[in-house]
Structure formats: C-alpha cells, structure tokens
Design a protein around this ligand. Structure first.
Ligand code: BDR
Ligand code: CA
Length: 327
C-alpha cells in the first residue's frame, strides 16, 4: 500500500540553501507542499518572496503551491542580512547574469504571491489538517511565533515542526554563540520551542558536517537543463565564499538537511533534551542552550525538543543530488 504524503508548509527566507531545500521538497513524493511562506532573513522579505516564486518557475510545476508573504522584520529587533554568503539577491547574484543575446538569464518571475498573510495561512492550514501538518522552517521563526499569537491553540493542531536553527554542541556562525536563524529573531525561536509543538532541531552540529562539494555538484549537473544550470549558477557565489574563508571547495546547505529530515527522520541521529534560546545576553543573544548533561535535571529540564547530533555526510550528499538534479 502506498504511504500517505506528509502535508507540509515550508517557511523560508531563500537563500541559496533554502533554494536547494525547496527543490528537494518539490521533487520528493513523500511530501505534499501545501504552501510556501516567506520571512525576512537572508535578504529582505520581497526579495525572499521573489526568489521562492523564481524557484517554482524554474521547476515548471503544473500546480505550484501558493506563496504567502509574512514578517518583514523580526518580532522586536532590527532586520539582518547574509548577503555576503547568499549574494545581494539571495540567490548568488543570478539576477545579473545575461545569456549570449544579452537578455537576463533569470528575469523577474511571472508568478505572484497570494494576498493572504503568511501567519494567517499557517493557522488556516493547521485547522484544515488537524494533527496532520508538518511545518518545516528554514529561516528566522518570526512567522511561526506570529501564528502562535494569532491562534494560541495552534500547538493542538500542528503535528510537528522541523527547524533548521541553532547550534547545540557546536559553535555558532554569526557570533561565537549563535546560529543565524536564531540570532535574527531569538524571541521568536524561544516562543516556538516553548510552545509544546513537537519539534526537531537541525542545527550547525550536523549541517556543518553534511555539505555539498563542488566536485559532486558539477558531476551531477553535466546534463544541460535549466534546473542544472540554476543549481550551478546559484551555488557559485556561496562556494567562492567558503573557498576563501575555509579553503573548502563546496558549501554548506543547512536547510537541505532539515528538509531531508522532514522526508525521513533517519537522516540524523537525535537526542531529546531541554532547549532554551537566550534572548538577553550581550555576547550570547540567540544562543541555543541545550541541556546535554548526562543526568536528569528533574522537572525544570524536561526535554522539549529532539536535537540532531549525528549525520552521515555521504548519505546526505548522495540523496540530495539524486533528488535535485536532472541526470
Ligand atoms: C541558516 O542561515 C541562513 O543563512 C541559511 O539559509 C540557513 O537557514 C544557517 O545558519
Ligand atoms: Ca534559510
């Protein structure tokens, strides 16, 4: 008997690795993408939305899911950006590329976002699929926190959240203590983790290990298709960044691992622990503090999240390229 597809919402700030995660989700039969919701993060909200629409157009789906815009800033902090890795347009500067005839290689998408506000759409879809909806978050958690405020009963409806965010036994990436998505909006991250919705946290502990090498990508994208071209073009900027910074020929694709976990939880090994996000520290704002001490902390430290701590990098890369490239 065929297994049922998982109904998911993807909350995202595309972002090069978000783009790969979106492509993975939309080419995976295990998932039924009900909506894509966008949030300010890697770049500004309107650019994130344009990028999500562009990815849908490149995939040429007959019935693309709706794209709804959400928060254009964190709950109570100034917006940040990570254009140094993702490029000013969030997709590795592909918007300035031209073809041989001088025309833009990636013109503005023709698809439009829906008029619905993302946090409202999240609440609507949760009500439509009681206990049957998975939310995969690939950016700051602002939209989910806003949805929780709009509908305090949301934890009773949502089946699970899979989140790319945090660093539990590993150092941060924006600061020594904090990972980008949690650092952008620590208040939202804390609210979502404390909400009681079953949550799996896929952080830098595993996404720094499971990466995408340039060599493997080029090998897998030899066939000249629009999608393969896009994958090469969109990752080139990030790959130069990693090469300059770390001497690594490839790039991290954090969000793709979170999506893979939504497809099949066996891609990571997790531990159930108590997690809180620091919202006040001068040096530690956005830090995800996981109680990994090897003895019970009683009621105060009751586990509230499954934290990913182990991954097989070659299984990750193989599965990713198999799903997202045209062979
Ligand atoms: C996260 O930050 C963003 O730059 C990436 O898209 C990913 O979601 C990694 O820290
Ligand atoms: Ca992201």
């Amino acid at each position: 008997m065929a297994t049922q597809r998982k109904h998911i919402i993807i909350d995202t700030d595309p972002g090069v690795d978000d783009a790969l995660a979106l492509i993975l989700a939309l080419r995976s039969d295990e998932l039924q993408v009900e909506a894509i919701t966008t949030v300010n993060g890697n770049v500004c909200l309107s650019q994130c939305t344009e990028n999500a629409l562009r990815i849908l157009e490149i995939l040429g789906l007959p019935e693309p899911p709706p794209v709804a815009q959400g928060a254009d800033r964190p709950l109570c902090r100034e917006p940040l950006s990570s254009a140094s890795i993702h490029g000013r347009d969030g997709l590795g500067e592909i918007s300035i590329l031209k073809d041989r005839s001088g025309k833009k290689k990636y013109p503005s998408p023709r698809l439009h976002p829906t008029a619905k506000y993302a946090p409202e759409l999240i609440c609507d879809l949760a009500a439509r699929h009681p206990r049957g909806l998975t939310i995969v978050t690939l950016g700051p958690l602002t939209n989910i926190a806003l949805a929780l405020t709009l509908e305090p009963a949301l934890p009773r409806y949502v089946k699970e959240i899979v989140t790319m965010g945090g660093a539990y036994s590993a150092p941060g990436n924006v600061t020594p203590a904090a990972e980008f998505n949690f650092f952008c909006d620590p208040e939202a991250a804390q609210q979502v983790i404390a909400s009681g919705i079953p949550i799996t946290l896929v952080g830098l502990d595993v996404t720094r290990i499971a990466r995408l090498s340039r060599h493997s990508l080029l090998n897998a994208t030899k066939k000249r298709t629009r999608l393969n071209q896009f994958l090469q073009n969109a990752t080139a900027h990030a790959m130069s960044f990693y090469c300059e910074r770390e001497g690594y020929h490839g790039c991290s694709v954090h969000d793709a691992l979170a999506m893979m976990v939504a497809i099949d939880s066996s891609f990571v090994g997790t531990k159930r622990v108590h997690v809180e996000v620091e919202t006040e520290g001068k040096l530690t704002a956005g830090m995800s503090v996981a109680d990994l001490r090897p003895y019970s902390r009683g009621k105060a430290g009751k586990p509230n999240a499954a934290v990913a701590l182990y991954v097989d990098p070659s299984r990750f890369e193989h599965f990713l390229l198999d799903r997202i490239t045209d062979r």
